[in-house]
Design a protein around this ligand. Structure first.
Ligand code: GN1
Ligand code: MG
Length: 362
């Protein structure tokens, strides 16, 4: 994270929250690839401070407003005993606003829940089951949320066709002359006709729900008291979508034995016990509440998210790393190779995934 952003946080944003460097400390927090996030420890308590990435989010005020609407809904569900997790409240600034506009950029503060931790790598099937169960509870609690009140933050966010078109455009421009480094991978993506068609048919027939759209394992907080998920975080991409996307992103982030930018690809393995536990946890909550087609779509979702995010990393690599934060020149290409390998590995075990999902019993 850039030091300049940290300096702005300290000098210009803190004062909006009754804080200054005299009575607080600021430190980078988490591993997000998009926003810049800090933990503020102050004499009035701790909180999270976040700068919304203006390149990715062209409507930052709406990102914050969507989170407010969702939190209010979840708080009322919680009050009625229908939501067991903790909604993450946004904190108002000195002017009673949920966002602060500093140097034309949007910042917000979010409650900090003490005694919590995030997880980058799922250790056990039990943990995976809890993860899937938490995200399923989140989706179910939003089942009666008036979705039309949400602003669509990134149109076509999980549309495979849109992502393929973006890849096509990047390839045609080849603005950074990087195509020679990845032409085989590009060709592989465009050759997945059968899979692309299967996804298009599903998109046409599945019902829309309010989904989280970034259900990676580190978007859950775990309680240090009982080691169970306590809160779903990062509501930036909550929009109407399909549950295959949410299930698929969990598979993507929990089931590989390598991190998403791991380069030792010949060592990649799908952890099938973890995948099975995700199916158990997700369907344990949702099986009786979703349609037969939605249930079947999870098999495709498990392959779709690694494929789609692989395409997005590849597109950003060709475009010159404008979207995702990177640590070195081929970082996005390494991520793309990794995710597309994961897609292929999941495709190889599709019959097993099918069995885990379709034969699910309570
Ligand atoms: C981005 O910033 P972060 O880590 O919450 C991205 C997700 C990707 C993820 C890949 C708005 O999420 O879609 O799955 O990186 N978010 C956006 O690690 O594009
Ligand atoms: Mg996110």
């Amino acid at each position: 994270m850039s030091k300049a952003v940290e300096r702005t946080a300290i000098n210009k944003v803190l004062p909006h929250y009754h804080c200054s460097l005299n009575n607080s400390t600021v430190a980078p927090l988490g591993n997000g690839l998009i926003n810049s996030t800090f933990l503020v420890r102050s004499i009035n308590g701790n909180f999270v401070l976040q700068k919304i990435n203006p390149y990715v989010f062209s409507k930052p005020a709406e990102v914050i407003n969507n989170a407010e609407l969702i939190n209010n809904h979840l708080l009322s569900k919680q009050a009625q005993g229908q939501y067991q997790l903790t909604p993450m409240r946004q904190i108002k600034n000195n002017l009673e606003s949920v966002f602060s506009l500093v140097e034309n950029e949007y910042w917000r503060a979010i409650e900090y829940i003490p005694n919590c931790y995030t997880v980058e790598v799922v250790e056990t099937p039990e943990q995976a089951q809890q993860v899937a169960n938490a995200f399923a509870k989140f989706t179910y609690a939003l089942g009666d949320f008036p979705a039309h009140e949400l602003t669509t933050i990134i149109p076509n966010f999980h549309s495979l066709n849109h992502r393929l078109l973006q890849l096509q455009t990047a390839v045609e421009k080849n603005s950074c002359d990087r195509l020679t480094l990845c032409s085989e991978l590009v060709a592989f993506c465009f050759a997945q006709h059968q899979f692309i068609e299967q996804v298009a048919t599903l998109e046409h027939n599945l019902p829309l729900r309010v989904t989280h759209n970034d259900t990676k394992i580190n978007n859950l907080l775990f309680s240090a008291n009982n080691n169970k998920p306590i809160a779903v975080i990062d509501l930036d991409t909550c929009m109407p979508g399909f549950i295959m996307h949410d299930f698929g992103d969990m598979v993507r982030t929990c089931c590989s034995n390598l991190p998403e930018d791991g380069t030792n690809l010949e060592k990649m393995q799908v952890r099938e016990d973890i995948l099975s536990a995700l199916a158990q946890g997700y369907l344990g909550e949702l099986d009786t509440k979703i349609s037969v087609l939605e249930k079947q779509s999870l098999v495709i979702g498990a392959q779709l998210l690694p494929f789609m995010i692989g395409i997005r990393f590849l597109t950003d690599f060709i475009d010159g790393d404008k979207y995702f934060h990177t640590d070195y020149k081929s970082h996005n290409l390494d991520r793309a190779k990794n995710q597309i390998k994961l897609y292929s590995s999941l495709q190889e075990i599709q019959p097993k995934i099918q069995e885990m999902i379709v034969n699910f019993t309570q």
